[in-house]
Design a protein. Structure first.
Ligand code: DHE
Length: 494
């Protein structure tokens, strides 16, 4: 019996078989290519390569094609595509591109556009707010960025970003310019004096994050696709150099993350597919030749000690961490970090006169607190579920951390930085995910995201925990205070 349908299928003439199977490539060309680009590399719409879709479930992709995306240019195709065509199209998008994805230096140069000549920009801020207490607030739900006055908590400007900004935007040393990286490879330079975009360039097809040199001259972009580093001129994003991420034995790697290490005048880079960290000096006239440091494992993410001598790195595959001495150029210790921390979100503070480092874990509801002299675990603080982000301020007695996953993801814990006990738990909007906090420069207020399409940015008095203001937003994600960022202030992410 089970053979009959198969035999019937084989008996069908060839043309009826092909008529029954929608030609997904043709559907893509007809309906999608004008926005999502030839070879699915992206255009006005995001890239639709398997690497770009890693974070989107096929069912969600199908829904988006059928129903469109509200408040975006993504139209609904449900009236033009039947179920079989929708299925075929979704399957096609998750297949590797027939043309292997490439993004050359020439492609980067061709994508570069200067929207405002840097020498035409005003000398002074064109708004009345304190330029060092501005906040950049990313609204992930509709790919918008808000510039917020950090004294009055009013939105000064709002503009569309490229698709899926990820990682913290980074600032020029005096805090005037801000640099954004989108997962889609687009880098944007924005002027906080004139509240306008200065330049854009597509540095890759799938980008991790970017760093800005402490002298304000260079931007370094780390890419997954292609696996490389791209150096840009920080004045206007002109491409300067492309550095393939090749291990010492020539094997190709993706770049996990890049950061600037101000006291070292260097960029530090983690590689995802070979056991190496790199340091690239930008002192003097740099040639951006990497200094290779052998790691004990692949690196997913890292953070620094406050003096930038040591790097604390995680390997999610190994479910552990390691400490790399940047002066000695070698790994010196293993650290117990079992729960896949989003290490870039870890923070430091002084406890009983000594620095401690604390990080949430993505796969376990606990905060790991480490002694950074001995690298021993001081405490694992149980929380109401796994968290993503952690924040504090030097004048705050609390480290704020979210419960990002699970049924309690509407909660935020405030951990007493001395006792390492949870002192308060807030539920800003019950039932809605609360996440990611950033303080005003003076530490008096904490701004929190309710990460929901009908969410909000909530301003708290950081001491009394009284709510001061609530601004409705669509999935506000990260927020970044200019003053805290340019000072690499204690308690915030770098
Ligand atoms: Fe992030 C920062 C890695 C998933 C939101 N995230 C970072 C950084 C790294 C990183 C290396 C530091 C870069 C920087 O700031 O310059 N993130 C990763 C991952 O490896 C992971 C787990 C999987 C991935 O697909 O990349 C991951 N991150 C997420 C998300 O799912 C989040 C919640 C939603 C999103 O936007 O994709 C997310 N990551 C963020 C945010 C920051 C960030 C908001 C900046 C935090 C800050 O305060 O500086």
């Amino acid at each position: 019996m089970r053979l009959i349908p198969l035999l019937l299928g084989l008996a069908l003439p060839l043309q009826s078989l092909s008529a029954a199977t929608p030609d997904a490539a043709a559907l893509y060309r007809q309906h999608c290519q004008s926005c999502h680009g030839e070879n699915r590399f992206g255009g006005a719409g995001p890239a639709l390569l398997p690497e770009s879709l890693e974070r989107l479930k096929p069912a969600e992709a199908r829904r988006t094609i059928r129903d469109g995306r509200p408040a975006s240019q993504m139209a609904a195709f449900g009236d033009r595509l039947d179920d079989a065509q929708l299925d075929a199209l979704v399957a096609y998008l998750y297949q590797p591109s027939a043309t292997p994805p490439t993004w050359s230096e020439a492609d980067i140069r061709a994508s570069h556009r200067i929207l405002r000549a840097p020498d035409s920009l005003p000398a002074k801020p064109q708004h009345g707010a304190d330029p060092l207490n501005l906040f950049v607030v990313v609204e992930a739900g509709n790919h918008q960025v808000n510039i917020l006055d950090g004294d009055r908590f009013d939105v000064l400007a709002r503009f569309p970003s490229h698709f899926a900004l990820h990682g913290g935007p980074k600032f020029s040393p005096e805090g005037r310019f801000v640099y954004f990286a989108a997962r889609d490879g687009w880098i944007t330079l924005y002027d906080l004096h004139s509240l306008s975009t200065v330049a854009e360039v597509r540095a890759g097809l799938n980008t991790r994050n970017l760093a800005v040199s402490n002298d304000g001259r260079w931007v370094l972009v780390g890419n997954y696709l292609p696996g490389n580093l791209v150096v840009l001129d920080a004045r206007d994003l002109t491409p300067v150099k492309v550095i393939p991420a090749l291990g010492a034995d020539g094997s190709a790697s993706r770049v996990s993350a890049v950061y600037t290490a101000p006291p070292r005048d260097s960029f530090v880079v983690a590689l995802k597919d070979v056991n190496e960290a790199w340091e690239l000096s930008y002192a003097g006239t740099p040639d951006f030749q990497p200094r290779r440091i052998a790691a004990r494992d692949r690196l997913d993410d890292f953070s620094f000690t406050p003096d930038y001598r040591y790097l604390l790195a995680t390997s999610r595959a190994a479910k552990g961490g390691q400490v790399i001495d940047l002066d000695a150029g070698r790994a010196v210790a293993d650290i117990p970090l079992p729960g896949m921390p989003h290490l870039g979100s870890g923070i430091y503070w002084k406890r009983q006169g000594e620095w401690v480092f604390a990080t949430p874990n993505i796969s376990q509801g606990l905060i790991s607190v480490l002694d950074i002299k001995t690298w021993k675990l001081i405490k694992e603080i149980p929380t109401d579920g796994p968290g993503f982000f952690m924040r504090s301020h030097k004048d705050s007695p609390y480290a704020w951390t979210d419960v990002f996953f699970g049924p309690n993801n509407d909660r935020v814990h405030l951990i007493d930085k001395q006792t390492l006990e949870i002192a308060h738990t807030l539920r800003p909007m019950p039932g809605k995910n609360a996440a990611h906090v950033e303080f005003t420069q003076d530490g008096r207020y904490a701004l929190l995201s309710v990460w929901d399409s009908e969410g909000a940015l909530i301003v708290y008095n950081a001491r009394t925990l009284e709510e001061i203001k609530r601004l409705p937003m669509n999935k506000p994600s990260g927020k970044y205070n200019v003053g805290n960022k340019i000072e690499f202030a204690e308690g915030t992410s770098h």
